[in-house]
Design a protein around this ligand. Structure first.
Ligand code: IPE
Ligand code: IPE
Ligand code: MG
Length: 257
């Protein structure tokens, strides 16, 4: 059976329209600390358990035919957390990549990153680069990790590059800005999911989410499983996307005279 009919059969089995699967899903993975606190554990315990939800989301994306999955893993602002938590998150990133990269590779997942990688510890940078290299030829799913990322950082960087390129301000178009974003070449997400009940963007993909549908769920990230992912896609498929136009083709302009 071809990959596309596999997606179709699976989507039908869970009541999703395989023809309207978002190409790109972006997730703000939030609530790890609260999940751990509820269990009387340290925050890092929540981060460790959040890895299961990353695995579940990758699996759900692969099963439904999502082509790009962007995960907000560490924001520019997260550097302000206690050093101990930052160190634990960096260690977790390295150990997870070491453990998971072969499995990702076998599933056709290409790892990419957006963010200021130069601010990460050297061991992280090395492991990330290694994982990127070993998966760069794959094209079933692009898994984009946002690391030391913030949208304002990205837009400042893009602006610097544009100014250095000497583009005439009068000729500036949206596509010039897009070319200089960290996400250059990646289509904008149609669906953005945020867990943990918070309803904000927290400096994530401000430009790229201009016309995305937002799905907010109270589920804390470590509890987020494949079913929650499918629920979000179902919610997305029930939205009317108008892009400023009109959906109703029967509307009539009142004619004069
Ligand atoms: C998300 O969970 C993970 C990161 C931001 C790295 P949090 O650590 O923000 O968990 P809460 O929001 O404090 O519960
Ligand atoms: C956003 O979550 C960043 C990531 C998920 C990596 P935060 O928990 O850091 O965001 P705020 O503080 O609630 O805005
Ligand atoms: Mg949080």
């Amino acid at each position: 059976m071809s990959a596309s009919s596999d997606y179709q059969v699976f989507c039908e089995s869970i009541d999703l329209d395989s023809k309207r699967i978002p190409k790109h899903v972006a997730i703000i993975m939030d609530g790890n600390g609260r999940w751990a606190n509820e269990r009387g554990e340290e925050r890092v315990f929540g981060h460790m358990n959040g890895i299961n939800s990353v695995r579940a989301s990758v699996e759900a994306a692969l099963r439904t035919g999502v082509r790009y999955l962007t995960l907000y893993a560490f924001s520019t602002e997260n550097w302000s957390r206690p050093q101990e938590e930052v160190n634990a998150l960096m260690d977790l990133l390295v150990s997870t990549l070491v453990k998971e990269v072969q499995d990702l590779e076998s599933k056709g997942v290409r790892l990419r990153t957006i963010g200021d990688l130069s601010t990460l510890p050297k061991a992280c940078q090395d492991q990330i680069n290694k994982s990127i290299q070993s998966t760069q030829h794959l094209d079933t799913l692009d898994l984009v990790l946002a690391l030391s990322y913030s949208s304002k950082w990205e837009l400042v960087e893009a602006t610097k590059k544009l100014m250095k390129s000497g583009v005439n301000p009068d000729d500036l178009e949206a596509s010039h800005i897009e070319e200089h974003l960290a996400t250059s070449g990646i289509p904008d997400p149609e669906l953005m999911i945020r867990t943990s009940g918070e309803r904000r963007i927290s400096n994530f993909l401000l430009w790229q989410l201009a016309y995305a549908e937002f799905h907010f769920t109270p589920v804390l990230w470590p509890d987020f499983g494949q079913e929650n992912f499918y629920d979000a896609v179902r919610d997305y498929q029930n939205r009317n996307r108008r892009f400023g136009g009109l959906l109703d083709t029967n509307h009539t302009m009142s004619k004069q005279g």
